[in-house]
Ligand binder design. Structure first.
Ligand code: NDP
Length: 249
C-alpha cells in the first residue's frame, strides 16, 4: 500500500459494486480509508470487490440496499456507520440513466430516475448528518449533463443531475458553518457499463465534441473524489468539479 492520506477516515460510497463507484471504493481504501459501499443487484461484483480490497490490506464492507427505497438507504447509512465506527465521508454515486424522447418517456423510468438519482442522495445525506461532524466531506457524483446536453433524449437524466448540482450548493451553504464541505463531481463520458466506449455511434459522437477526443476512465473520477475526501481540500466547497475531457468547453 502506498501513501495513506485518508488514514483514519471512514467513508460510504453508494452504488459501489461497479463502474465509477467500485473504482472509488478501491481508491479510497488504497488511500487508507475504511470503506463501506452499497449496491442493489450486483452481489457477485460486490463480493469480488470486497475480496480484492481485503486482499490488498484494505477495510471494506458491502451493504445490499436499493437507493430508490428511503428505508433501505437510511438503514444502509446506519449500518455503515456502525460497522466502520462512524462516518467522515459520504459519496453519493448511485444513479441510473434512461434516454427517451419526452413525448414517450416511460412513467416508470421517470419515477426510477428521480427516486434513485435524487431520492437516494437525499436520504443518504439526511441520515448521514447524524454521523458527519467537523471536517467531514459530502461528495456528490453529478454529471456534465447538468450543464451540457449534446443530443436528444437526456432531458430527464440531465434534470436529475441539475438537482445534484443545486442540492450541492444549498448544502454547502448550510453545512459550511459546521465545518463540512460539499462538492459535486461532474464526469463527462467515462467508460463503464452505463456508458461503454464500444466504438458505437453514441460514444463516437460524444468524442467529437471533446477537446481530448476520448473517453475517461473510472480512475480519473476516483482520483478527484479521493482528493475531495482528503485533508488538502478543506477550503473547497459548493463547487462543480468537471472531469469531462473538456466536454463543456
Ligand atoms: P454503472 O451503471 O456502471 O454503475 C452504477 C452503480 O450504481 C452500480 O454499482 C449499481 O449497482 C449501482 N446502483 C444502480 N442503481 C442502484 C440502486 N437502486 N441502489 C443501489 N445501487 C444502485 O454507472 P457509472 O459508474 O457509469 O456511474 C456512476 C455515477 O457516475 C452515476 O452517478 C452516474 O450518473 C455518473 N456519471 C457517469 C458517467 C459515465 O459516462 N459513466 C457520466 C456522468 C456521470 P448494482 O449493479 O448492484 O445495481
Amino acid at each position: 500500500m502506498g501513501a495513506t492520506p485518508l488514514s483514519g477516515r471512514r467513508a460510504l460510497v453508494t452504488g459501489g459494486s461497479r463502474g465509477i463507484g467500485a473504482e472509488t471504493v478501491r481508491r479510497l481504501a488504497s488511500d487508507g480509508a475504511a470503506v463501506a459501499f452499497t449496491y442493489a443487484a450486483s452481489a457477485t461484483e460486490a463480493e469480488k470487490l470486497v475480496a480484492d480490497v481485503t486482499a490488498n490490506g484494505g477495510k471494506v464492507v458491502a451493504i445490499q440496499a436499493d437507493a430508490a427505497d428511503p428505508t433501505q438507504m437510511s438503514a444502509a447509512v446506519e449500518r455503515a456507520a456502525a460497522e466502520l465506527g462512524g462516518l467522515d465521508v459520504l459519496v453519493n454515486n448511485a444513479a441510473v440513466a434512461h434516454m427517451a424522447p419526452i413525448d414517450e418517456f416511460p412513467a416508470d423510468q421517470f419515477d426510477r430516475l428521480v427516486a434513485i438519482n435524487i431520492g437516494g442522495m437525499f436520504w443518504a445525506t439526511r441520515t448521514a448528518m447524524k454521523h458527519l461532524g467537523e471536517g467531514a466531506r459530502i461528495i456528490n457524483i453529478g454529471s456534465i449533463n447538468a450543464d451540457r446536453i449534446p443530443g436528444a433524449g437526456l432531458s430527464v437524466y440531465g434534470m436529475t443531475k441539475g438537482a445534484v448540482s443545486s442540492f450541492t450548493r444549498g448544502l454547502a451553504r448550510e453545512l459550511g458553518p459546521r465545518g463540512i464541505t460539499v462538492n459535486n463531481v461532474q464526469p463527462g463520458p467515462i467508460d463503464t457499463d452505463a456508458n461503454p466506449d464500444n466504438g458505437g455511434e453514441f460514444p463516437e459522437s460524444l468524442k467529437k465534441v471533446m477537446p481530448l477526443g476520448r473517453y475517461g476512465q473510472v480512475g480519473d473520477v476516483a482520483a478527484i473524489v479521493s482528493f475531495l475526501a482528503g485533508p488538502e481540500s478543506g477550503f473547497v466547497t459548493g463547487a462543480n468539479w468537471n472531469v469531462d475531457g473538456g466536454f463543456t468547453v
